[in-house]
Write a protein that binds this ligand. Structure first.
Ligand code: NAI
Length: 694
């Protein structure tokens, strides 16, 4: 075959002719993000293929994928021409068929590019999808028009609004992929073209397959509900539905206009901030990740709520687990709990019987730490008690190989003190999972005084392998997340003591966008844990500080939350209802404290809850507990139900008027009163604004 040497069409795309087929290699490491250079290179490549009389063209990705998405760094500014719709128009108007050959991932603009080609071939294991809605905007290069023409309107609504990535076999069933190519992808694409004349076949010329209107209606309703009322979800649905109309050009223009507006709007700016913040949170400046140890077997000591969840998380990631409990009865309970969980997942169709059997086989129970001899990571999740943890960790250290990493799942205890009981405290770090540990994405990776770089890098790498979002913290009471949450909850309780009802505070929080309000959360997790902690801390309590005794009284009355059928709320039929008993307790507490209750409006409640979060975040940044402001945003959105579309509390605060933030902090100081620590809020927000400008 006649093959020309490869030349760059423009930086970002390499061009060569193989026979009469033009091959355009998209080459923009590491993930071939669709940058300006790539767009320009594609446009030039198609023009050159036309000039050279090509009879076909193949678009293919160099390296690990086709195109992982458009380059989000360009998204905050005007996009330089040619834009992606222009590139796709050139492909559609080319006098020869264009084949997209996909591998790895083809996402967002990358998948829209593929949808603009005449044929789509893909290697096994490829994933495709349109994640734009998850980033606050809508597909802007024809995704809302071409996808429904191939897969149907209902399915397009589902795929676009869920921002899902789907595997190639599913995409083929949906009509989005023409052929799965095993073996060399480029050769497969050339063979496809050689098999038979492949005519031009533009997705835009198709009409969406006939569908029952109820199916479309149902898909739209589901998507709106899941989309929590965000405006871009409704827009995406409207645009997809327009694909059933005749005027494709007008629909494309409308899509582009909506895209241009939404990509610069608040939601998209916030979600883009989180996109980069999450990647940055997984890094520590100056830390060489190459020293991370490879983990192939994990020991978990303690098989209670957390130990079981942690074991499930490792098993789901394909890592064998040895679970150690203190006695046979506890071990039996833990193993039965894990088995029941697997059975339920199979019954619900979330897991195949085969996969469940595999996980069962990968799990071993034991009664002594000696069983950890073959593990390269040991993590303890025993009772929250320093003496118990020190003893357990010392036994784990003795049992584990000398290279192994040791971790504690403690929520509040001092990891430096735990390390003092070890021969080599450098191996110890905190891996603070959230409950349920196999579901919640956040993982706080705690770097104690002595923690080595190897242990830290291993923890971060492990987070990635588990599909978790890490946030690095230093040792401090409650680390990053729980410490901020405690300040937030305390503010919520003071709001109630001063005049709001729990339901008013919760409603204000959920109106702001929190998944749940603080009192509903307390009822769900149980009031007894914090009660036990308050009792422990009672001797050190500052008698001059304001103290809200209502939660103690709730516990004394047996109202421990949902698990006892009552807490801050009553649960007559499972749903929370305001409780007259609780209202009476609150009234009595106000009277005892001599408070004339004043009911704040929802906006004041919201601003005070946020002020508490922001003040505490500023304090812990000042103390170096969190590495950087954006890590706080990542922790709160991934572990505490803070609305993602607001970008996290510090991103939110940096966008507020400085004077308003200062006034909120002042009101917070007055409400908390004696013992309040003023965080350097203005300085932290200044730092954020400076970074935003740069
Ligand atoms: P849990 O009480 O449900 O489980 C503790 C388990 O450890 C029990 O099954 C007990 O039999 C076992 N155990 C105690 N001593 C042991 C020993 N010497 N050897 C082996 N096993 C032993 O407690 P939970 O909730 O699972 O908490 C465990 C740890 O995780 C605590 O440090 C807690 O602070 C932390 N944590 C808890 C979270 C939660 O939401 N419950 C969230 C994040 C961390």
């Amino acid at each position: 075959m006649d093959m020309q040497p490869e030349t760059a069409a423009a930086p970002g795309v390499r061009f060569k002719m193989i026979g009469s087929t033009a091959v355009l290699h998209i080459d923009n490491p590491p993930v071939n993000a669709g940058s300006h250079a790539v767009r320009a290179g594609l446009a030039e490549g198609i023009a050159r293929a036309t000039r050279q009389g090509a009879t076909a063209a193949v678009l293919i990705g160099a390296g690990r994928c086709f195109v992982a998405g458009s380059d989000l760094r360009e998204f905050g500014k005007p996009l330089a021409p040619p834009d992606l719709p222009q590139v796709i128009r050139l492909i559609e108007e080319a006098p020869f068929p264009v084949v997209a050959a996909l591998h790895g991932v083809a996402l967002g603009g990358g998948f829209e590019l593929a949808l603009g080609c005449d044929y789509r071939l893909a290697a096994p294991g490829t994933q495709v999808g349109l994640p734009e809605v998850g980033l606050g905007f809508v597909p802007g290069a024809g995704g809302t028009q071409r996808l429904p023409r191939l897969a149907g309107v209902a399915r397009a609504i589902e795929l676009i609004c869920s921002a899902a990535r789907i595997p190639v076999d599913v995409a083929q069933e949906d009509g989005l992929i023409d052929r799965i190519v095993t073996g060399d992808l480029l050769e497969g694409a050339l063979a496809f073209l050689a098999e038979a004349p492949q005519p031009k076949r533009r997705a835009l010329d198709l009409t969406p397959p006939a569908e029952a209107p109820e199916r479309i209606e149902a898909a739209a309703t589901r998507a709106l509900r899941r989309g929590k009322g965000r405006p871009n979800v409704a827009e995406a649905i409207r645009l997809v539905r327009a694909s059933a109309g005749q005027d494709a050009a007008a629909a494309l223009a409308e899509e582009r206009a909506v895209f241009q507006r939404l990509r610069l709007a608040e939601d998209a700016v916030a979600l883009r901030h989180l996109f980069f913040a999450e990647r940055r949170a997984a890094t520590v400046d100056g830390l060489d990740m190459a020293q991370a140890r490879r983990i192939s077997r994990v020991g978990v000591v303690g098989g209670g709520t957390m130990g079981q969840g942690i074991a499930r998380a490792f098993l789901a990631a394909g890592l064998p687990v040895v679970l150690v409990e203190r006695d046979q009865a506890s071990l039996d309970r833990a193993m039965a709990g894990l088995a029941a969980h697997l059975d339920k997942a199979v019954a619900k169709g979330r897991l195949s019987a085969n996969e469940a059997a595999g996980r069962r086989a990968a799990l071993t129970g034991a009664l002594e730490e000696r069983a950890l001899a073959g593990c390269d990571l040991g993590i303890e999740a025993v009772f929250e008690d320093m003496a118990v943890k020190q003893q357990v960790l010392a036994r784990m250290e003795a049992a584990l190989p000398p290279q192994a990493v040791l971790a504690t799942n403690t929520s509040y205890l001092d990891i430096d003190e735990m390390g003092a009981a070890l021969t080599d405290p450098q191996r110890l770090l905190g891996l603070h999972f959230f409950s349920p540990a196999d579901v919640m994405p956040l993982l706080e990776v705690v770097r104690a005084q002595a923690t080595s770089d190897v242990a830290l890098a291993t923890g971060l790498r492990l987070a990635r392998d588990l599909g978790k979002q890490p946030v690095v913290a230093r040792v401090a009471e409650g680390f990053v997340g729980n410490r901020i949450y405690a300040a937030y909850r305390r503010r919520a309780e003071l709001l109630v003591l001063d005049g709001a009802s729990p339901e008013q505070v919760d409603a204000a929080a959920t109106d702001f966008g929190f998944a749940m309000g603080p009192f509903a959360v307390a009822d769900l997790s149980g009031l007894d844990i914090a009660w036990a902690m308050r009792k422990r801390q009672a001797p050190q309590r500052d008698p001059q500080a304001r103290y809200v005794a209502i939660p103690d009284q709730l516990c004394e009355a047996g109202r421990l939350g949902r698990k006892t059928g009552a807490g801050w709320y009553d649960y007559p039929d499972g749903a929370p209802m305001p409780s007259s008993e609780v209202a009476a307790m609150i009234g009595a507490a106000r009277q005892e404290a001599g408070i004339a209750p004043k009911v704040p409006d929802a906006a004041t409640i919201q601003r005070q809850l946020l002020a508490a979060i922001v003040n505490e975040a500023a304090l812990l940044l000042d103390e170096g507990v969190a590495q950087r402001p954006s890590d706080v945003d990542v922790a709160l959105t991934n572990g505490y139900g803070f609305p993602r579309w607001r970008g996290g509390p510090l991103h939110w605060a940096a966008a507020q008027q400085e004077a308003a933030v200062a006034a909120d902090q002042d009101a917070l100081r007055q409400a908390v009163g004696h013992g309040f620590c003023v965080g350097p809020v203005a300085r932290v927000l200044d730092q954020i604004r400076t970074e935003q400008k740069g």
